[in-house]
Design a protein around this ligand. Structure first.
Ligand code: MD5
Ligand code: FE
Length: 202
């Protein structure tokens, strides 16, 4: 079994924290949220992941209340905030106030990846809680100073929680690759989903 690991101060990996039924419910919820699309980057590029947001619509580098098509963003559900608080308490060993108002859901097909970046579009530095579903991936967790080394590669599998808080909140991170075909077929997910909960501070 893979133990709880503090990768860096405030960065806690909880392997297999979600039970299989919870994973299935989250996959079903993600399927129900429509409007996934490739985010266009300011430099003209297009992200290989497809994303949808709840609560706020994310665009680099900002958040808005409407999508690029002017359609309303889905509300951030209370039950997801509850799940985030439980995950945060499990990661840090004690309950603490946490009121996320953004969920960013990323879908990775077999070839999608995410380059090293910092999450700086939120005004709040409250922790980010990440849930992984489906195919495993290589998650690259870097440092707060540079996009380059030193970094640590961690395998994130379906059901894993990762909490990024404290001094790690602004660490560079990314997903150099997924590991296609590693998802439990019973999950019924071809690819990888990642849900991050965030506090906008707006
Ligand atoms: C993912 N998502 O698996 C990745 C990793 C994103 C994003 O990076 O911005 O949607 S979830 C990890 C994460 C989120 C926020 C902060 C940190 C890691 N961190 O400080 O290392 O789709
Ligand atoms: Fe990120």
């Amino acid at each position: 079994p893979r133990p709880r690991a503090e990768q860096a101060p405030g960065a806690v990996h909880l392997p297999d924290w979600l039970g299989f039924d919870e994973q299935r419910e989250l996959v079903a919820a993600c399927r129900g949220w429509s409007g996934y699309r490739h985010t266009r980057l300011p430099n003209g590029g297009v992200m290989s992941v497809k994303s949808v947001c709840l609560g706020w619509h994310w665009y680099p580098y900002g958040y808005s209340r409407t999508t690029g098509e002017g359609t309303p963003v889905l509300p951030f559900p209370d039950w997801l905030g509850d799940l985030g608080r439980r995950a945060l308490a499990a990661a840090y060993g004690e309950a603490r106030p946490y009121e996320p108002d953004i969920a960013l859901v990323n879908f990775y097909d077999a070839t999608a990846k995410m380059g090293l970046h910092q999450d700086k579009d939120e005004r709040s530095l409250e922790p980010v809680v990440s849930f992984s579903l489906g195919d495993a991936c290589v998650f690259r967790f870097g440092n707060t100073e540079t996009r380059g080394r030193p970094y640590t590669d961690v395998e994130l599998r379906s059901g894993d929680v990762f909490v990024f808080g404290g001094p790690s909140r602004l660490a560079y991170h990314g997903v150099p690759k997924t590991l296609p075909g590693t998802a439990d077929p019973a999950l019924g997910l071809d690819g990888r989903l990642n849900i991050t909960l965030r506090v906008s501070g707006f």
